[in-house]
Design a protein around this ligand. Structure first.
Ligand code: NDP
Length: 234
C-alpha cells in the first residue's frame, strides 16, 4: 500500500537513503532539508526541527502535496562532541534541542493526523553509541538515550489507535556526521563491532522500511540496533 512518508533531514546521509528506499518502493515521500536544496526527484520542504512554526509549516506543505503523514522518520540529528568539563552549555542544549526536542516536535505533529486515521508509524533514529555512552558524547548520548523513554511512553499513548513508535539505533555508518571522528575512536568502534566494518545508510533504511510495513504492526516501543553488533545487549 502506498503511504505518505516524511523523513526529516532527508537531504543527505542516512535520511536520504531512507527516503530513496521508500520512494523506490513506490511510496509518496517528502524530505525536510534545513539548508541547500532538496535532492532531485524527492519532494523537499524546508524545515528546522528546533523551530515549532517551521515544523508546522512543513507538515502543512507535505499534507497539501501528498496527504497527511502516515509514516514519520525522525532522522535529523547533530553532534557537538567534547568533554563535559569543557563543554559550553550551549553545545549540550543544541544537541538535546535537535536530537530529542526535534524528534518530540515532529512526532507530536505527526501523531495528530495519525490518531484521526487510526494508523501510523513513528520511527525515531537513535544511536547504539547513545545507549552505550562514551567520553566526549555526554550531550549526544543523553539526547539519544532519552528517545527510548520518549518512544516507549508514546507507544503506550498511541498504541490503542494503531500507531507504533520505535527507535532504530545505528552503529557506525559512514556519513558526513562521522567524517571528523578521530581515527583512534573510529578504530575502537570498528574493533568492538562484531562485523568489523561500518554499516551503510542503505542497511539502516532496510530496517526502517520493515518497521513501516503492515507486517511490523505488532512491533512497538522497541529499540532496534542496526550496528553490526556494536553495543549489543544495551
Ligand atoms: P548527517 O550529518 O549526514 O545528516 C544530518 C541530517 O540532519 C542533515 O540532513 C541535516 O540537515 C539534518 N539536521 C540537522 N539539524 C537539523 C535541524 N535543526 N533541523 C532540520 N534538520 C536538521 O548525519 P547522518 O546521516 O549520519 O545521521 C542521521 C541520523 O542518524 C542522526 O540522527 C544521527 O544522530 C543518527 N546516527 C548516525 C550514525 C552514524 O554513524 N552516521 C550512528 C548512529 C546514529 P542539513 O543538511 O541542513 O545540515
Amino acid at each position: 500500500m502506498t503511504r505518505s512518508v516524511l523523513v526529516t533531514g532527508g537531504n543527505r546521509g542516512i535520511g536520504l537513503a531512507i527516503a530513496r528506499s521508500f520512494a523506490d518502493a513506490g511510496d509518496k515521500v517528502a524530505i525536510t532539508h534545513r539548508t541547500g536544496e532538496a535532492p532531485a526527484s524527492l519532494f523537499g520542504v524546508r524545515c528546522d526541527v528546533t523551530d515549532t512554526a517551521s515544523v508546522e509549516r512543513a507538515f502543512e506543505e507535505v499534507a497539501a502535496h501528498q496527504g497527511p503523514v502516515e509514516v514519520l522518520v525522525s532522522n535529523a540529528g547533530i553532534t557537538r562532541d567534547g568533554l563535559l568539563l569543557a563543554m559550553p552549555d550551549g553545545d549540550f542544549l543544541d544537541v538535546v534541542g535537535t536530537n530529542l526536542m526535534g524528534a518530540v516536535r515532529v512526532a507530536k505533529r505527526a501523531a495528530l493526523s495519525m490518531v484521526r486515521a487510526r494508523w501510523g508509524r513513528i520511527i525515531l533514529i537513535g544511536s547504539a553509541t547513545g545507549l552505550m555512552g562514551g567520553a566526549g558524547i555526554t550531550n549526544y548520548a543523553a539526547s539519544k538515550a532519552a528517545l527510548a523513554g520518549f518512544a516507549r511512553s508514546l507507544a503506550w499513548e498511541l498504541g490503542p489507535r494503531g500507531i507504533t513508535v520505535n527507535v532504530v539505533c545505528p552503529g557506525l555508518i559512514d556519513t558526513d556526521m562521522v567524517a571528523d571522528v578521530e581515527p583512534k575512536r573510529r578504530q575502537w568502534v570498528l574493533d568492538t563491532t562484531a562485523l568489523r566494518r561500518p554499516g551503510t545508510p542503505e542497511e539502516v533504511a532496510h530496517v526502517v522500511r520493515f518497521l513501516a510495513a503492515d507486517a511490523a504492526g505488532f512491533v512497538t516501543g522497541a529499540l532496534i540496533p542496526v550496528s553490526g553488533g556494536f553495543g549489543m545487549g544495551n
